[in-house]
Design a protein around this ligand. Structure first.
Ligand code: F3S
Length: 106
């Protein structure tokens, strides 16, 4: 089991989640974070912290977000660790409630 960052994070990257993580399991890409499933301890602390409601337990994942289990696992091995909260992307509030952002993942 692990927690999963989903599409809602893309183009937002608020990073409030990072401040809650006791095991530093977040990894940072250009416009999204992912969770390293080998590090996540399922504490659930990050779920309510995300303004975009992007994080789910893998057992509670919306069906249309199931691809993000593999996306988190794959990109967590490529992206660097992020251990401190930082400012969100400049237009995060504009993108927070937009659906269909997967095509913008870089
Ligand atoms: Fe992304 Fe939400 Fe964290 S937008 S960076 S999962 S607080």
């Amino acid at each position: 089991m692990a927690h999963v960052v989903t599409e809602s994070c893309i183009r937002c990257k608020y990073t409030d989640c990072v401040a809650t993580c006791p095991v530093d399991c977040f990894r940072e890409g250009e416009n999204m974070l992912v969770i390293d499933p080998d590090e996540c301890i399922d504490c659930q602390a990050c779920i309510p912290a995300c303004p975009a409601k992007a994080i789910f337990a893998d057992t509670d994942l919306p069906a249309d977000q199931s691809a993000f289990v593999a996306i988190n696992a794959r990109l967590a091995k490529q992206w660097p660790s992020i251990r401190a909260q930082k400012p969100p992307l400049s237009d995060a509030d504009t993108w927070k409630d937009v659906a269909g952002k997967r095509k913008f993942l870089t």
